[in-house]
Structure formats: C-alpha cells, structure tokens
Ligand binder design. Structure first.
Ligand code: HEC
Length: 120
C-alpha cells in the first residue's frame, strides 16, 4: 500500500466518527437550550425536569409517550393551549413568546428526559 492510499484509508476510517461527534455536540447544545427554555416557560407548572407540580401534570409520564402525544401535540399545546382532559389541573394557557424553533428544542429536551426515565 502506498503512503497516499493509507492516508486515504485513514481518512475514510475517521470521517464518520468525526461527523458523529459534531452531531452529538449539536444535539447537546439543542437540548441544553431546550432545558433553559423549558425552565423559563414550562417548569412553573410541569416542574423542573418535567416531574409535575400542583399547577400541572408531569410530562415525564407514560401518558406523554411519543405514541400517545406526538411532537405535534407539544407544538399545539404551546401555540393554542390545552383544554383540560387528562387531569384535574384545569386548562393550559397558550404560551406566548416561544418561537417554533424554540418549541423544537423544548420537545427535544422533554423527549430526552422521557427516554432517560425509560418511558420509551
Ligand atoms: C400555567 C401552567 C402551565 C404552563 C406554564 C405550561 N403548561 Fe402544559 N399543561 C398544563 C396543564 C394543566 C396540562 C394538562 C391538561 C389536561 O388536563 O390534559 C398541560 C398539558 C400539556 C401537554 C399535553 C397536551 C395534550 O394534548 O394533552 C403538553 C404537551 C404540555 N402541557 C406542554 C407544555 C410545554 C412544552 C410548556 C412550556 C412551553 C407548558 N406545557 C407550559 C399547564 C401548563
């Protein structure tokens, strides 16, 4: 094998690994942004880390498994609010000031903590 080919082979070996690392970093940044936004806009009722408060239900709960409440239900909850149907906490008001891309990072964060809790 010439030096050129071996360098080429090495590059092939490492290229996927390094792009994976970049993805992971983006993912982490997105999730961290999601956590901050969640704490600012949602934790008042849904509790820090989504465990619930006396104002609102836990989101780390099997009811909010992605198959029961897809990401769309999170977008709608933020944009339109929620009429109480699962619990006795009353309605959720729509949350002003959370932009669509911010909603995506909040969803990413909530899915992450749900996954860690073994919800899915
Ligand atoms: C003022 C309190 C309050 C705040 C703030 C709040 N929620 Fe809620 N949320 C509730 C309550 C209460 C319910 C339960 C309604 C019910 O009985 O089904 C709920 C339900 C939900 C649901 C379930 C929707 C469905 O279709 O059943 C989602 C998803 C949700 N909230 C996400 C969020 C997110 C994300 C934020 C922050 C951007 C947020 N909530 C902020 C009170 C709140």
């Amino acid at each position: 094998m010439t030096i050129k080919t071996s360098i080429f082979m090495l590059l092939l070996l490492f290229a996927p690994v390094s792009s994976f690392a970049v993805d992971n970093k983006d993912e982490r940044a997105l999730r961290q942004k999601g956590e901050e936004l969640f704490n600012q806009n949602c934790a008042k009722c849904h509790g820090e880390k989504g465990v619930g408060t006396k104002e609102g239900p836990p989101l780390v709960h099997k009811i909010y498994h992605p198959n029961h409440h897809a990401d769309l239900s999170f977008r709608w909850a933020i944009e339109r609010g929620v009429r109480s149907h699962h619990w006795g906490f009353g309605d959720m008001p729509k949350i002003d000031g959370v932009k669509p891309d911010e909603a995506e990072s909040i969803i990413k964060y909530v899915r992450g903590i749900q996954k860690e809790a073994g919800i899915f």
